[in-house]
Design a protein around this ligand. Structure first.
Ligand code: GUN
Length: 294
């Protein structure tokens, strides 16, 4: 069994990005610039956005954080998004979710110019992904594909079973793995809350992805000997062993499952650290005009 070290891989990618920024700087080019919009004071969102801004600093990107009270109107937010769309100094931006209930997330996402949608949430980017056109792919599926690529895990012809059909992870990943390309060509099955005899299906998986947000859901007897297991779960559970009183637990019962696997991602330190670097990579692609040439 080999651990897939997301923390190390994310560190490697940050170094690669930092080197690329240095080259741009030397040749007098424009430094990539990411903006993040944060509405309100949701604790988890604050942490995520702080980590995105800090990661920009680490690789030498410019970053701008726009913070608004949770009382701002939808019209105000849409106006701010339009300003960012038109700001020539900003290559890409994100609107951190969730938004307060009185603001439509769909409207906010659809207001983002797809060329600057480095989260890959806009329907145009999702549609382009669906038909195999260059697109911004959202952070978690992009991070998983990057781990699969860097660990040289073969997907072609293999049976990938994904547990979870969320818009953010399960569904886009199912599309990406079935595309006709190097990190695709897989036979994909998506399991969800209405799936019957799930264990029978998961036991057929060459690559099993757990993305349902139910800690410890995948048990040893649900996994085939030699399978690759990717754990996307990051639920905060109580723990006496940590200072904070919490620890992150994945969707996979690691101790039971790991001995059966060829490869497995740990939690923490697996998929999680890859998500921020995927956003940074998308920002670099936006700055270079590689998805939507000008
Ligand atoms: N909320 C939780 N994850 C994300 C993310 O990847 N992007 C944005 N914009 N909001 C989130």
């Amino acid at each position: 069994m080999q651990l897939i070290d997301g923390k190390k891989t994310a560190g490697d990618i940050k170094l690669e990005l930092a080197r690329e920024v240095e080259e741009i700087r030397k040749s007098g080019g424009r430094i990539p610039h990411l903006a993040a919009v944060l509405v309100g004071n949701d604790g988890a969102s604050e942490t995520y956005v702080a980590s995105k801004v800090k990661s920009c600093e680490q690789v030498g990107f410019k970053s701008t954080l726009l913070r608004f009270e949770d009382t701002v109107s939808e019209a105000f937010l849409l106006d701010q998004i339009e300003k960012l769309n038109n700001d020539k100094d900003i290559d890409g931006f994100i609107v951190q979710l969730p938004l307060p209930d009185h603001i439509s997330e769909h409207k906010a996402i659809e207001a983002i110019n797809p060329r600057k949608d480095v989260d890959g949430f806009h329907p145009v980017n999702i549609g382009r992904t669906l038909i195999g056109l260059p697109s911004f792919v959202s952070a978690t599926p992009a991070g998983i594909l990057e781990l699969i690529k860097r660990y040289r895990i073969e997907t072609s012809g293999r049976h990938c079973v994904i547990i979870g059909r969320s818009n953010l992870v399960g569904r886009p990943l199912s599309i990406l793995l079935s595309l006709k390309n190097k990190t695709g060509d897989a036979t994909v099955t998506v399991c969800h809350s209405r799936t019957q005899n799930m264990e029978k299906i998961t036991r057929q998986a060459d690559i099993l992805v757990a993305a349902i947000g139910r800690p410890g859901f995948v048990k040893g007897d649900m996994v085939k000997e030699g399978a690759v297991v990717i754990d996307v779960g990051t639920t905060r559970v109580k723990s006496d062993l940590t200072k904070s009183g919490f620890k992150l637990k994945g969707d996979v019962e690691f101790d039971e499952v790991a001995p059966k696997c060829s490869y497995i991602t740990p939690v923490p330190g697996g998929v999680g650290p890859m998500t921020v670097v995927s956003l940074l990579r998308n920002t670099m692609l936006a700055a270079k005009g590689e998805i939507y040439p000008v």
